[in-house]
Design a protein around this ligand. Sequence first.
Ligand code: F0G
Length: 470
Amino acid sequence: MSERPTTAGQQHGRRSWAEPWKIKMVEPLSMTTREQREAALEGAGYNTFLLRSEDVYIDLLTDSGTSAMSDRQWAGMMLGDESYAGSRNFYALERAVQDHYGYLHVIPTHQGRGAEHLLSRTTIKPGQFVPGNMYFTTTRLHQELAGATFVDVIIDEAHDPTDMHPFKGNVDLDKLQALFDRVGPEKVAYVSLAGTVNMAGGQPVSMANARAVYALAREHGVKVYLDATRMVENALFIQEREEGYADHTIAQILREFCGYTDGGWISAKKDSLVNIGGWLAVNDDALFEELRNQVVIFEGLHTYGGLAGRDMQAMAIGIAESVQEDHVRARVGQVRYLGELLEAWDVPMVLPIGGHAIFLDARRFYPHLPQDAFPAQTLAAELYLDSGIRSMERGIASAGRDPKTGDHNRPKLELTRLTIPRRVYTQAHMDVVAESVKAVFDARESARGLEMVYEPKYLRFFQARFAPLA
Ligand code: F0G
Protein backbone atom coordinates (compact mmCIF):
# COMPACT_ATOMS: atom_id res chain seq x y z
CA MET A 1 0.00 0.00 0.00
CA SER A 2 1.36 3.42 -0.92
CA GLU A 3 2.17 5.70 1.97
CA ARG A 4 -0.09 8.64 2.56
CA PRO A 5 1.50 12.05 1.96
CA THR A 6 1.65 14.12 5.12
CA THR A 7 1.72 17.85 5.66
CA ALA A 8 4.63 19.54 7.40
CA GLY A 9 2.24 20.10 10.32
CA GLN A 10 1.39 16.41 10.59
CA GLN A 11 5.05 15.42 10.46
CA HIS A 12 5.52 17.48 13.60
CA GLY A 13 2.53 15.89 15.25
CA ARG A 14 0.17 18.83 14.78
CA ARG A 15 -3.14 18.29 13.05
CA SER A 16 -3.68 21.64 11.33
CA TRP A 17 -6.20 21.76 8.51
CA ALA A 18 -4.44 24.75 6.96
CA GLU A 19 -4.91 25.08 3.23
CA PRO A 20 -2.37 23.52 0.82
CA TRP A 21 -2.49 26.59 -1.46
CA LYS A 22 -2.05 30.35 -1.42
CA ILE A 23 -4.21 33.04 -2.98
CA LYS A 24 -3.19 34.39 -6.41
CA MET A 25 -6.23 36.44 -7.43
CA VAL A 26 -8.95 38.10 -5.37
CA GLU A 27 -12.52 39.24 -5.98
CA PRO A 28 -13.80 42.21 -3.94
CA LEU A 29 -16.89 41.69 -1.76
CA SER A 30 -19.62 44.24 -1.23
CA MET A 31 -20.60 45.44 2.22
CA THR A 32 -24.11 46.73 2.82
CA THR A 33 -26.00 48.55 5.56
CA ARG A 34 -28.89 46.97 7.45
CA GLU A 35 -31.25 49.33 5.65
CA GLN A 36 -30.00 48.17 2.25
CA ARG A 37 -30.37 44.55 3.31
CA GLU A 38 -33.93 45.08 4.51
CA ALA A 39 -34.85 46.50 1.10
CA ALA A 40 -33.00 43.74 -0.77
CA LEU A 41 -34.65 40.97 1.27
CA GLU A 42 -38.12 42.39 0.81
CA GLY A 43 -37.48 42.68 -2.93
CA ALA A 44 -36.39 39.03 -2.93
CA GLY A 45 -39.58 37.81 -1.27
CA TYR A 46 -37.58 36.69 1.80
CA ASN A 47 -36.05 33.97 -0.35
CA THR A 48 -32.23 33.98 -0.40
CA PHE A 49 -32.29 32.37 -3.88
CA LEU A 50 -33.83 35.58 -5.21
CA LEU A 51 -31.21 37.97 -3.81
CA ARG A 52 -28.69 39.53 -6.16
CA SER A 53 -25.20 38.31 -5.34
CA GLU A 54 -24.04 41.95 -5.29
CA ASP A 55 -26.14 42.40 -2.17
CA VAL A 56 -24.45 39.46 -0.42
CA TYR A 57 -21.31 39.71 1.73
CA ILE A 58 -20.38 36.08 2.47
CA ASP A 59 -22.19 33.70 0.15
CA LEU A 60 -22.92 30.36 1.80
CA LEU A 61 -25.96 29.58 -0.34
CA THR A 62 -24.27 26.57 -1.85
CA ASP A 63 -20.98 24.82 -2.52
CA SER A 64 -22.23 24.16 -6.05
CA GLY A 65 -20.22 25.75 -8.83
CA THR A 66 -18.78 28.22 -6.33
CA SER A 67 -15.28 26.75 -5.96
CA ALA A 68 -12.11 28.64 -6.81
CA MET A 69 -10.32 26.85 -9.63
CA SER A 70 -6.56 26.31 -9.40
CA ASP A 71 -3.99 27.89 -11.70
CA ARG A 72 -3.68 24.49 -13.38
CA GLN A 73 -7.41 24.32 -14.06
CA TRP A 74 -7.31 27.83 -15.56
CA ALA A 75 -4.36 26.77 -17.68
CA GLY A 76 -6.45 23.77 -18.76
CA MET A 77 -9.20 26.16 -19.88
CA MET A 78 -6.76 27.49 -22.47
CA LEU A 79 -6.35 23.96 -23.85
CA GLY A 80 -10.03 23.77 -24.79
CA ASP A 81 -10.52 21.79 -27.97
CA GLU A 82 -13.86 23.16 -29.15
CA SER A 83 -14.44 20.58 -31.87
CA TYR A 84 -18.06 19.48 -32.07
CA ALA A 85 -17.11 15.81 -31.99
CA GLY A 86 -14.30 13.89 -30.35
CA SER A 87 -12.71 16.77 -28.46
CA ARG A 88 -9.45 15.76 -26.82
CA ASN A 89 -10.78 17.24 -23.57
CA PHE A 90 -13.53 14.62 -23.55
CA TYR A 91 -10.91 11.87 -23.60
CA ALA A 92 -9.06 13.55 -20.72
CA LEU A 93 -12.33 13.63 -18.76
CA GLU A 94 -13.22 10.04 -19.63
CA ARG A 95 -9.79 8.94 -18.47
CA ALA A 96 -10.05 10.89 -15.18
CA VAL A 97 -13.44 9.34 -14.38
CA GLN A 98 -12.26 5.83 -15.27
CA ASP A 99 -9.11 6.22 -13.18
CA HIS A 100 -10.68 7.79 -10.10
CA TYR A 101 -14.21 6.40 -10.04
CA GLY A 102 -13.55 3.16 -11.90
CA TYR A 103 -16.62 3.16 -14.18
CA LEU A 104 -16.24 2.01 -17.79
CA HIS A 105 -18.47 4.22 -19.90
CA VAL A 106 -18.63 7.98 -19.34
CA ILE A 107 -21.17 10.50 -20.63
CA PRO A 108 -20.63 14.20 -19.91
CA THR A 109 -23.67 16.26 -18.91
CA HIS A 110 -24.11 19.98 -18.36
CA GLN A 111 -24.51 19.39 -14.60
CA GLY A 112 -25.81 16.83 -12.12
CA ARG A 113 -29.50 17.08 -12.92
CA GLY A 114 -28.76 16.48 -16.61
CA ALA A 115 -27.33 13.11 -15.59
CA GLU A 116 -30.27 12.45 -13.26
CA HIS A 117 -32.67 13.13 -16.10
CA LEU A 118 -30.94 10.70 -18.45
CA LEU A 119 -30.56 7.96 -15.86
CA SER A 120 -34.18 8.29 -14.69
CA ARG A 121 -35.75 8.19 -18.14
CA THR A 122 -33.67 5.22 -19.31
CA THR A 123 -33.93 2.99 -16.22
CA ILE A 124 -37.35 3.73 -14.67
CA LYS A 125 -40.63 2.25 -15.89
CA PRO A 126 -43.76 4.10 -14.73
CA GLY A 127 -45.14 2.53 -11.56
CA GLN A 128 -41.73 1.40 -10.27
CA PHE A 129 -40.10 2.36 -6.98
CA VAL A 130 -36.70 3.93 -6.30
CA PRO A 131 -35.32 3.43 -2.78
CA GLY A 132 -32.67 5.90 -1.65
CA ASN A 133 -30.75 7.07 1.42
CA MET A 134 -32.85 10.22 1.85
CA TYR A 135 -34.03 12.24 -1.09
CA PHE A 136 -32.27 15.04 -2.90
CA THR A 137 -34.55 17.64 -4.52
CA THR A 138 -33.55 17.32 -8.20
CA THR A 139 -32.77 13.60 -7.96
CA ARG A 140 -36.20 12.70 -6.58
CA LEU A 141 -38.02 15.02 -8.97
CA HIS A 142 -36.43 13.37 -12.03
CA GLN A 143 -37.28 9.96 -10.61
CA GLU A 144 -40.90 11.06 -10.05
CA LEU A 145 -41.18 12.68 -13.49
CA ALA A 146 -40.11 9.32 -14.97
CA GLY A 147 -43.02 7.69 -13.12
CA ALA A 148 -41.32 6.28 -10.03
CA THR A 149 -42.23 6.57 -6.37
CA PHE A 150 -39.26 7.45 -4.18
CA VAL A 151 -38.90 5.45 -0.93
CA ASP A 152 -36.59 6.73 1.81
CA VAL A 153 -34.55 3.82 3.22
CA ILE A 154 -31.98 5.78 5.23
CA ILE A 155 -31.38 4.70 8.84
CA ASP A 156 -33.66 6.39 11.41
CA GLU A 157 -30.68 8.08 13.06
CA ALA A 158 -30.34 10.33 9.99
CA HIS A 159 -33.61 12.06 10.85
CA ASP A 160 -32.39 12.96 14.35
CA PRO A 161 -30.05 15.98 14.30
CA THR A 162 -28.58 15.09 17.69
CA ASP A 163 -27.79 11.42 17.07
CA MET A 164 -24.00 10.89 16.93
CA HIS A 165 -23.98 7.83 14.65
CA PRO A 166 -20.69 8.06 12.66
CA PHE A 167 -22.34 7.04 9.37
CA LYS A 168 -25.75 8.68 9.40
CA GLY A 169 -25.97 8.36 5.63
CA ASN A 170 -26.23 4.55 5.80
CA VAL A 171 -29.05 2.60 4.20
CA ASP A 172 -31.22 0.63 6.61
CA LEU A 173 -30.95 -2.86 5.10
CA ASP A 174 -34.20 -3.96 6.78
CA LYS A 175 -36.08 -1.10 5.13
CA LEU A 176 -34.60 -2.03 1.76
CA GLN A 177 -35.46 -5.71 2.25
CA ALA A 178 -38.97 -4.73 3.33
CA LEU A 179 -39.44 -2.81 0.07
CA PHE A 180 -38.28 -5.81 -1.98
CA ASP A 181 -40.75 -7.99 -0.03
CA ARG A 182 -43.64 -5.52 -0.32
CA VAL A 183 -43.50 -4.60 -4.02
CA GLY A 184 -41.29 -7.33 -5.49
CA PRO A 185 -37.78 -6.68 -6.84
CA GLU A 186 -39.02 -6.34 -10.44
CA LYS A 187 -40.86 -3.19 -9.33
CA VAL A 188 -37.65 -1.62 -8.02
CA ALA A 189 -35.95 0.39 -10.78
CA TYR A 190 -32.63 0.70 -8.95
CA VAL A 191 -31.21 1.67 -5.57
CA SER A 192 -30.30 5.37 -5.52
CA LEU A 193 -27.33 5.59 -3.16
CA ALA A 194 -25.72 8.95 -2.33
CA GLY A 195 -22.33 9.67 -0.77
CA THR A 196 -22.35 12.22 2.09
CA VAL A 197 -26.10 12.70 2.15
CA ASN A 198 -26.78 16.36 1.50
CA MET A 199 -30.26 16.65 3.05
CA ALA A 200 -29.20 14.70 6.16
CA GLY A 201 -26.49 17.28 6.87
CA GLY A 202 -23.58 16.02 4.77
CA GLN A 203 -23.53 12.65 6.56
CA PRO A 204 -21.41 9.78 5.19
CA VAL A 205 -22.10 6.19 4.20
CA SER A 206 -19.71 3.53 5.47
CA MET A 207 -17.84 1.16 3.16
CA ALA A 208 -19.40 -1.79 4.98
CA ASN A 209 -22.87 -0.40 4.28
CA ALA A 210 -22.14 0.17 0.57
CA ARG A 211 -20.86 -3.40 0.32
CA ALA A 212 -23.96 -4.78 2.06
CA VAL A 213 -26.40 -2.71 -0.02
CA TYR A 214 -24.73 -3.93 -3.20
CA ALA A 215 -24.90 -7.55 -2.06
CA LEU A 216 -28.57 -7.29 -1.09
CA ALA A 217 -29.52 -5.54 -4.34
CA ARG A 218 -27.63 -8.11 -6.44
CA GLU A 219 -29.37 -10.93 -4.63
CA HIS A 220 -32.62 -9.44 -5.99
CA GLY A 221 -31.23 -8.62 -9.43
CA VAL A 222 -31.45 -4.86 -8.79
CA LYS A 223 -28.77 -2.35 -9.80
CA VAL A 224 -27.21 0.27 -7.51
CA TYR A 225 -26.41 3.72 -8.89
CA LEU A 226 -24.36 6.18 -6.89
CA ASP A 227 -24.82 9.92 -6.61
CA ALA A 228 -21.07 10.57 -6.28
CA THR A 229 -21.46 14.35 -6.10
CA ARG A 230 -19.69 14.60 -2.71
CA MET A 231 -18.20 11.11 -2.59
CA VAL A 232 -14.64 12.43 -2.11
CA GLU A 233 -15.75 13.98 1.18
CA ASN A 234 -17.42 10.70 2.09
CA ALA A 235 -14.06 8.98 1.52
CA LEU A 236 -12.42 11.20 4.15
CA PHE A 237 -15.00 10.14 6.76
CA ILE A 238 -14.34 6.49 5.94
CA GLN A 239 -10.60 7.08 6.31
CA GLU A 240 -11.12 8.77 9.69
CA ARG A 241 -13.91 6.64 11.17
CA GLU A 242 -14.08 3.18 9.66
CA GLU A 243 -11.90 0.41 10.98
CA GLY A 244 -9.30 -0.77 8.49
CA TYR A 245 -9.23 2.37 6.34
CA ALA A 246 -6.86 4.70 8.21
CA ASP A 247 -4.00 3.67 5.92
CA HIS A 248 -5.96 3.84 2.68
CA THR A 249 -5.68 6.95 0.52
CA ILE A 250 -8.76 8.98 -0.38
CA ALA A 251 -8.27 7.84 -3.97
CA GLN A 252 -8.21 4.17 -2.96
CA ILE A 253 -11.32 4.52 -0.80
CA LEU A 254 -13.19 6.29 -3.60
CA ARG A 255 -12.35 3.54 -6.10
CA GLU A 256 -13.33 0.74 -3.73
CA PHE A 257 -16.64 2.39 -2.83
CA CYS A 258 -17.63 2.96 -6.46
CA GLY A 259 -16.80 -0.70 -7.07
CA TYR A 260 -19.87 -1.58 -4.98
CA THR A 261 -22.14 0.17 -7.48
CA ASP A 262 -23.13 -0.43 -11.10
CA GLY A 263 -22.65 3.16 -12.15
CA GLY A 264 -22.91 6.67 -10.88
CA TRP A 265 -23.32 10.31 -11.65
CA ILE A 266 -21.95 13.53 -10.35
CA SER A 267 -22.57 17.21 -10.16
CA ALA A 268 -18.93 18.15 -10.79
CA LYS A 269 -19.76 21.60 -9.41
CA LYS A 270 -19.03 20.22 -5.92
CA ASP A 271 -16.16 17.77 -5.30
CA SER A 272 -14.56 18.28 -8.71
CA LEU A 273 -13.84 21.98 -8.20
CA VAL A 274 -15.41 23.38 -11.37
CA ASN A 275 -18.05 26.02 -11.96
CA ILE A 276 -20.13 23.88 -14.32
CA GLY A 277 -20.26 20.25 -15.42
CA GLY A 278 -21.25 16.72 -14.56
CA TRP A 279 -21.23 13.18 -15.88
CA LEU A 280 -23.05 9.90 -15.83
CA ALA A 281 -21.06 6.68 -15.99
CA VAL A 282 -22.11 3.03 -16.12
CA ASN A 283 -20.50 -0.34 -16.58
CA ASP A 284 -23.31 -2.00 -18.55
CA ASP A 285 -22.77 -1.93 -22.35
CA ALA A 286 -26.45 -1.99 -23.33
CA LEU A 287 -27.42 0.78 -20.90
CA PHE A 288 -24.52 2.87 -22.17
CA GLU A 289 -25.79 2.42 -25.71
CA GLU A 290 -29.22 3.68 -24.63
CA LEU A 291 -27.77 6.63 -22.69
CA ARG A 292 -25.63 7.60 -25.66
CA ASN A 293 -28.81 7.73 -27.72
CA GLN A 294 -30.58 9.87 -25.15
CA VAL A 295 -27.81 12.34 -24.42
CA VAL A 296 -27.87 13.74 -27.97
CA ILE A 297 -31.54 14.66 -27.52
CA PHE A 298 -31.24 16.51 -24.23
CA GLU A 299 -27.64 17.57 -23.63
CA GLY A 300 -25.51 17.36 -26.77
CA LEU A 301 -23.28 14.88 -28.54
CA HIS A 302 -21.93 12.11 -26.28
CA THR A 303 -18.44 13.64 -26.41
CA TYR A 304 -19.49 17.01 -24.97
CA GLY A 305 -22.90 16.62 -23.29
CA GLY A 306 -23.69 20.33 -23.05
CA LEU A 307 -20.19 21.44 -22.06
CA ALA A 308 -17.46 23.37 -23.80
CA GLY A 309 -14.20 21.48 -24.34
CA ARG A 310 -12.47 23.78 -21.84
CA ASP A 311 -15.05 22.90 -19.17
CA MET A 312 -14.25 19.21 -19.59
CA GLN A 313 -10.52 19.91 -19.32
CA ALA A 314 -10.99 21.90 -16.11
CA MET A 315 -13.13 19.05 -14.76
CA ALA A 316 -10.52 16.40 -15.60
CA ILE A 317 -7.87 18.39 -13.72
CA GLY A 318 -10.28 19.15 -10.88
CA ILE A 319 -11.04 15.45 -10.38
CA ALA A 320 -7.34 14.71 -9.85
CA GLU A 321 -6.95 17.67 -7.46
CA SER A 322 -10.08 16.72 -5.53
CA VAL A 323 -8.65 13.46 -4.18
CA GLN A 324 -5.44 14.97 -2.82
CA GLU A 325 -5.24 14.23 0.90
CA ASP A 326 -4.31 17.74 2.05
CA HIS A 327 -7.04 19.27 -0.06
CA VAL A 328 -9.82 17.11 1.38
CA ARG A 329 -8.55 17.58 4.92
CA ALA A 330 -8.46 21.37 4.51
CA ARG A 331 -11.87 21.45 2.92
CA VAL A 332 -13.65 19.44 5.60
CA GLY A 333 -11.39 20.99 8.26
CA GLN A 334 -12.73 24.44 7.47
CA VAL A 335 -16.32 23.25 7.77
CA ARG A 336 -15.47 21.74 11.16
CA TYR A 337 -13.74 24.91 12.29
CA LEU A 338 -16.97 26.85 11.80
CA GLY A 339 -19.06 24.08 13.35
CA GLU A 340 -16.90 23.87 16.45
CA LEU A 341 -17.15 27.62 17.06
CA LEU A 342 -20.95 27.35 16.99
CA GLU A 343 -21.00 24.21 19.09
CA ALA A 344 -19.07 26.04 21.81
CA TRP A 345 -21.93 28.59 21.93
CA ASP A 346 -24.59 25.84 22.10
CA VAL A 347 -26.11 26.83 18.78
CA PRO A 348 -28.37 23.92 17.75
CA MET A 349 -27.18 22.15 14.60
CA VAL A 350 -26.89 18.76 12.98
CA LEU A 351 -24.17 16.65 14.57
CA PRO A 352 -21.75 15.11 13.77
CA ILE A 353 -20.56 18.04 11.66
CA GLY A 354 -20.90 17.05 7.99
CA GLY A 355 -18.60 17.41 5.01
CA HIS A 356 -19.76 20.45 3.07
CA ALA A 357 -21.88 22.58 5.36
CA ILE A 358 -23.13 23.43 8.81
CA PHE A 359 -26.84 22.70 9.07
CA LEU A 360 -28.47 24.85 11.76
CA ASP A 361 -31.41 23.09 13.41
CA ALA A 362 -34.20 25.64 12.99
CA ARG A 363 -36.68 23.59 15.05
CA ARG A 364 -34.54 23.97 18.16
CA PHE A 365 -33.34 27.44 17.16
CA TYR A 366 -36.94 28.71 17.03
CA PRO A 367 -38.95 26.31 19.21
CA HIS A 368 -41.81 28.82 19.29
CA LEU A 369 -42.36 28.68 15.50
CA PRO A 370 -44.55 25.91 14.00
CA GLN A 371 -43.16 24.23 10.87
CA ASP A 372 -45.84 25.92 8.73
CA ALA A 373 -44.26 29.28 9.64
CA PHE A 374 -41.09 28.18 7.78
CA PRO A 375 -38.58 28.36 10.65
CA ALA A 376 -35.55 27.50 8.47
CA GLN A 377 -36.53 30.06 5.84
CA THR A 378 -36.98 32.58 8.66
CA LEU A 379 -33.51 31.82 10.01
CA ALA A 380 -31.96 32.31 6.55
CA ALA A 381 -33.72 35.69 6.30
CA GLU A 382 -32.58 36.79 9.77
CA LEU A 383 -28.96 35.84 9.06
CA TYR A 384 -28.97 37.86 5.88
CA LEU A 385 -30.46 40.86 7.69
CA ASP A 386 -27.88 40.65 10.45
CA SER A 387 -24.73 40.53 8.34
CA GLY A 388 -25.34 39.97 4.62
CA ILE A 389 -24.52 36.27 4.92
CA ARG A 390 -26.53 34.15 2.51
CA SER A 391 -27.64 30.66 3.57
CA MET A 392 -30.27 28.24 2.26
CA GLU A 393 -33.45 26.68 3.58
CA ARG A 394 -33.48 22.88 3.75
CA GLY A 395 -36.79 22.19 5.42
CA ILE A 396 -40.49 22.27 4.61
CA ALA A 397 -40.10 24.62 1.62
CA SER A 398 -37.42 22.40 0.03
CA ALA A 399 -39.41 19.25 0.73
CA GLY A 400 -42.23 20.35 -1.60
CA ARG A 401 -45.61 18.68 -1.73
CA ASP A 402 -46.74 15.08 -1.84
CA PRO A 403 -47.55 14.43 -5.53
CA LYS A 404 -50.57 12.31 -4.50
CA THR A 405 -52.23 14.33 -1.71
CA GLY A 406 -50.96 17.81 -2.64
CA ASP A 407 -50.20 18.54 1.03
CA HIS A 408 -46.81 19.85 2.19
CA ASN A 409 -44.22 17.16 2.79
CA ARG A 410 -43.27 17.77 6.43
CA PRO A 411 -39.67 16.58 6.87
CA LYS A 412 -38.40 15.87 10.36
CA LEU A 413 -35.34 17.95 9.56
CA GLU A 414 -36.00 21.68 9.39
CA LEU A 415 -32.56 23.05 8.61
CA THR A 416 -30.75 26.17 7.46
CA ARG A 417 -27.60 25.33 5.55
CA LEU A 418 -24.39 27.35 5.76
CA THR A 419 -22.61 25.81 2.80
CA ILE A 420 -18.89 26.40 2.47
CA PRO A 421 -17.54 26.90 -1.07
CA ARG A 422 -14.23 25.13 -1.71
CA ARG A 423 -11.00 27.18 -1.61
CA VAL A 424 -12.88 30.49 -1.42
CA TYR A 425 -13.25 31.94 2.09
CA THR A 426 -10.75 32.41 4.91
CA GLN A 427 -10.75 31.54 8.59
CA ALA A 428 -11.58 35.20 9.34
CA HIS A 429 -14.70 34.89 7.18
CA MET A 430 -15.70 31.85 9.21
CA ASP A 431 -15.32 33.91 12.40
CA VAL A 432 -17.63 36.58 10.97
CA VAL A 433 -20.21 33.90 10.11
CA ALA A 434 -20.05 32.35 13.57
CA GLU A 435 -20.48 35.74 15.27
CA SER A 436 -23.49 36.55 13.10
CA VAL A 437 -25.17 33.22 13.84
CA LYS A 438 -24.60 33.89 17.54
CA ALA A 439 -26.19 37.34 17.27
CA VAL A 440 -29.25 35.90 15.53
CA PHE A 441 -29.42 33.12 18.13
CA ASP A 442 -29.32 35.65 20.97
CA ALA A 443 -32.27 37.49 19.36
CA ARG A 444 -34.22 34.29 18.59
CA GLU A 445 -37.29 35.06 20.67
CA SER A 446 -38.21 38.03 18.48
CA ALA A 447 -38.52 35.96 15.26
CA ARG A 448 -42.09 35.84 13.93
CA GLY A 449 -41.92 33.44 10.97
CA LEU A 450 -43.03 33.69 7.34
CA GLU A 451 -45.92 32.72 5.09
CA MET A 452 -45.58 31.63 1.45
CA VAL A 453 -47.26 34.10 -0.89
CA TYR A 454 -46.14 32.63 -4.24
CA GLU A 455 -45.48 28.97 -4.92
CA PRO A 456 -44.03 27.59 -8.16
CA LYS A 457 -45.04 24.13 -9.29
CA TYR A 458 -41.62 22.42 -9.32
CA LEU A 459 -38.69 22.76 -6.88
CA ARG A 460 -40.59 25.56 -5.21
CA PHE A 461 -37.81 26.59 -2.83
CA PHE A 462 -35.83 28.12 -5.70
CA GLN A 463 -38.42 30.75 -6.65
CA ALA A 464 -41.07 30.86 -3.91
CA ARG A 465 -41.85 34.22 -2.31
CA PHE A 466 -42.60 34.81 1.35
CA ALA A 467 -43.88 37.60 3.58
CA PRO A 468 -43.38 38.14 7.32
CA LEU A 469 -46.20 36.93 9.58
CA ALA A 470 -47.79 39.68 11.62
N1 F0G B 1 -27.04 15.47 -6.15
C1 F0G B 1 -26.69 16.13 -5.05
C2 F0G B 1 -26.34 15.35 -3.82
C3 F0G B 1 -26.64 17.52 -5.04
O1 F0G B 1 -26.28 18.15 -3.93
C4 F0G B 1 -26.97 18.22 -6.23
C5 F0G B 1 -26.96 19.67 -6.25
C6 F0G B 1 -27.34 17.49 -7.35
C7 F0G B 1 -27.35 16.11 -7.29
C8 F0G B 1 -27.75 18.17 -8.64
O2 F0G B 1 -26.65 18.67 -9.29
O3 F0G B 1 -26.99 21.15 -9.23
O4 F0G B 1 -25.31 20.10 -10.77
O5 F0G B 1 -27.73 19.84 -11.21
N2 F0G B 1 -26.92 20.37 -5.21
C9 F0G B 1 -26.81 21.80 -5.13
C10 F0G B 1 -26.80 22.22 -3.68
C11 F0G B 1 -27.78 22.55 -5.95
O6 F0G B 1 -26.81 23.43 -3.43
O7 F0G B 1 -26.76 21.37 -2.80
P1 F0G B 1 -26.68 20.02 -10.16
